[in-house]
Design a protein around this ligand. Structure first.
Ligand code: FUC
Length: 771
């Protein structure tokens, strides 16, 4: 579906690598530690999109906890409540009369999805490797190398260095654990598989261990098989396989479930895992194939910020040191590259999209079921994807949107008697689209419309017209059709408003939350432009053009804030984590210091009242907001808050931060902040949402020098640049699809007509170089 001009990228990368080779050597992005994990949030994640694992690196007993993305509770089902639409008008009437509690009560009994709760993502199983007598060791080190996606553990025991290397291979669809030592010493160990599921069995057959699990409260079953390739002897024991006298060994783990798609189960997990193991190459080959596959994605983008010697500290110590002295910009570039690593590891073509925990979950009852929360979290997961040159990792989200357009059209019909489709604030493996949990926050109508923003953004970044025609526009226009039926004229103001809905998780069920109007306006405008580009649907386009100007506008309230609702009732003392009414500032673009300075000022006021604290994702969103308001130093303060070290994951209070393995803490672990934080850091360096490429728009003083290569912007340009002493030094632009490009830096600007595949270079103040 997605095509890239790879040759251009490779040329570009090598050019930059040559000019900055001194940087390249020190900029080896890596997480590393000098002690084993004491908690899951210390362990290091690996993943191939579908399978995920957490490597503890514990010496005497290695523990590797793993997941397969389709092991969830529940079963194929519709969550729509038949005929709920008969109550819609009454709910609207109650809201327009200011009778919110009655509206919520009626909605609670008559309008919610069935069942009221969606299903939960499940931990799959655990690999344990018992190394008898290895408890006594020195020179311990474990690491995750982000440029090769290799997790490594090594230690010295009785004069021998033992090394474990772990990969999650996409080409071979398996997790490999490779065990070696530097002296060909004979190793003796025992491997076991286990799981938290009550319904589980473990069996052995020759050199293969099998774990079967069945979820509680659902129809899904999983099978994991692990085979051992070794020169040692393999003996069967009741609870595992014992390996004796091995100088090297490779464990290959395959896992699958009986899930086919959201409507269908019945896949043959056994034949899937057996096939993977039959085809599994030996470790050396698997490793080569894995690195090649991974680097083809990871290697497209590089990011250097100086570490000021702090890279010499183990990552947990470095995180702690950052709190005391944040003069370690290199931690930010590491954070960005880690987000890219996590995205590649949790969202590959053919996989499910990254959920609340990516794909890493060790529980049967994870927080918020580790599902897909659509009123910020799932979308945030994909904020850095286009910019950091990982466009095809966006694809799983698009496939989910297609599914949701199907389940969501039933919900549109049954709940709203409307055409088109919508999704409320959550979804799961079964693509639930109806309102869930409680009427005061579950009835929120713009989940699908926000997802459509990703389709449009993908087009903006790639200029892929086929994608626009075949994938994006059909889904976007059907989402817009729902709102054509759904929007109501407000009897008080005369504006078109969204009712019933809510401003995510704040203030209960209402008529006309600001966020909805921003999202719907953005969707309508995108559909208008897309239909023009494609030459399709002129009648519908005219309809949208007529309606879009009638949607309730953004309003500034008495306290100078951007109003969260139709009426001026914002509580300026509230520090609520959601700041939904600033959607139009980010990820939307209708509020900007350039084009709507009054609204931008009001957005700044709203942020001031909300404060600089909050959950991980809330901090990450605020970084992006401040970047869009061109407040780089303020954003840097928020980055410090996001990187606040949380060394003990059992502490669930006290706001967001970062765990020792650099996972984002809501708390608990939620991956959105990793992705949103990375997007925010880059938004300080390049912005492209206003029709130009704005370079260093909000550069914090602390990021005085750096370089970046292979960053993608809207308009399908690939950008590399360096800066020093807070000033632009050099920029290079590769145009993927041609078209006009305007570069902007301070008060300089340069507009040029570009040709596809051509490279353009500029110096400080945007002076153009001849070649
Ligand atoms: C929304 C947020 C919570 C949390 C949850 C998964 O409900 O309000 O903070 O992130 O999603």
């Amino acid at each position: 579906m997605i095509t890239f001009d790879r040759l251009t990228s490779i040329l570009l990368m090598s050019f930059w690598a040559l000019s900055f080779s001194s940087y390249a050597e020190t900029d080896d992005p890596r997480l590393w530690y000098t002690q084993a994990s004491k908690q899951w949030e210390d362990a290091l994640p690996v993943g191939n999109g579908r399978l995920a694992a957490m490597v503890y690196g514990t010496v005497g007993v290695e523990h590797i906890q793993f997941n397969e993305e389709t092991l969830w509770t529940g079963q194929p089902r519709s969550y729509a409540k038949k005929g709920a639409f008969v109550y819609l008008q009454e709910i609207r009437n109650l809201l327009s009369q200011g009778r919110q509690k009655e509206a919520e009560a009626l909605a609670e009994t008559s309008f919610m999805g069935v069942p009221l709760r969606q299903m939960a993502y499940q931990a799959f199983g655990d690999i344990y490797i018992d190394f008898e007598g290895h408890d006594d060791y020195t020179q311990y080190k474990r690491s995750l190398d982000l440029s090769t996606a290799l997790a490594r553990v090594s230690y010295l025991h009785e004069g021998t260095i033992y090394t474990r290397e772990i990969i999650a291979s996409y080409p071979d669809q398996a997790i490999y654990v490779n065990l070696t030592n530097n002296r060909k010493a004979e190793m003796n160990f025992k491997i076991r598989l286990d799981a938290l599921h009550g319904n589980k069995t473990v069996s052995q057959d020759g050199r293969v261990l099998t774990l079967d699990v069945k979820v509680d409260g659902g129809v899904l079953e999983g099978m994991a098989k692990m085979k051992i390739l070794t020169d040692g002897k393999v003996l069967r024991q009741e609870d595992g396989l014992v390996v004796k006298g091995a100088t090297q060994a490779t464990l290959v783990l395959a896992a699958a479930t009986n899930f086919i798609d959201y409507k269908t189960i019945g896949a043959d997990a056994r034949s899937k895992v057996t096939k993977v193991l039959d085809l599994a190459p030996e470790y050396a080959d698997a490793r080569k194939r894995h690195i090649k596959d991974y680097q083809q994605l990871f290697g497209r983008f590089s990011f250097f910020l100086p570490s000021k010697g702090k890279e010499a500290l183990p990552t947990d110590q470095r995180l702690l040191a950052f709190k005391e002295d944040s003069d370690d910009p290199g931690l930010l570039s590491l954070y960005v590259q880690y987000a890219r690593y996590l995205l590649i590891a949790s969202s590959r073509p053919g996989s499910q999209p990254a959920n609340l925990q990516g794909k890493w979950n060790y529980q049967l009852k994870p927080s918020w079921d580790s599902k897909y929360t659509l009123n910020i979290n799932t979308e945030m997961n994909y904020w850095p994807v286009e910019m950091t040159n990982l466009s095809e990792c966006h694809e799983p989200l698009f496939n989910m949107i297609r599914d949701l357009s199907e389940t969501g059209s039933e919900v549109a019909k049954e709940h709203y008697n409307a055409s088109g489709w919508l999704v409320h604030h959550n979804t799961d493996l079964w693509r639930g689209a109806a309102p869930i949990n409680a009427s005061n926050h579950g009835i929120w109508v713009t989940g699908g419309a926000w997802l459509c923003h990703h389709l449009w953004e993908h087009y903006q970044y790639t200029k892929d017209s086929l994608f626009l025609k075949e994938t994006a526009y059909p889904l976007m226009s059907e989402a817009a059709r729902f709102f054509v039926d759904f929007l109501q004229y407000d009897p008080n103001s005369g504006w078109l408003i969204s009712s019933p809905s809510n401003s995510p998780e704040n203030g209960g069920l209402v008529a006309g939350p600001t966020m909805d109007h921003q999202i719907i306006r953005s969707l309508f405008l995108a559909c208008i432009e897309a239909s023009r580009l494609l030459g399709e649907d002129p009648v519908f386009r005219t309809k949208l053009m007529d309606l879009v100007g009638k949607i309730a506008p953004n309003q500034i309230g008495q306290a100078g804030q951007l109003q969260e609702w139709l009426t001026d009732i914002d509580d300026t003392t509230s520090q609520h984590r959601h700041i939904s009414h600033l959607w139009g500032l980010y990820p939307g673009s209708e509020i900007s210091p350039d084009t709507s300075p009054e609204l931008a000022k009001a957005a700044g006021k709203s942020l001031f009242y909300r404060g600089d604290g909050g959950t991980g994702w809330s901090l990450a969103w605020k970084i992006n907001f401040q970047a869009r308001l061109l407040q780089g130093n303020h954003a840097y303060g928020l980055i410090k808050n996001l990187l606040n070290p949380i060394m003990d994951a059992s502490v669930k209070k006290g706001g967001g931060g970062t765990y020792p393995n650099l996972f984002d803490a809501h708390p608990p672990f939620q991956i959105d902040g990793n992705f949103g934080g990375a997007a925010g850091i880059l938004e300080l360096l390049v912005q492209s949402h206003q029709g130009n490429l704005h370079l260093l728009p909000a550069l914090p003083d602390a990021l005085s020098e750096g370089e970046i290569t292979g960053l993608v912007t809207r308009g399908a340009f690939e950008l590399s640049m360096s800066w020093k002493e807070n000033k632009l030094v050099e920029v290079e632009l590769v145009s993927k699809k041609g078209g006009v490009c305007t570069l902007r830096y301070l008060n300089h600007s340069y507009t040029l007509q570009t040709l596809p595949g051509k490279r353009y270079r500029f110096g400080p103040e945007l002076t153009r170089f001849a070649k």
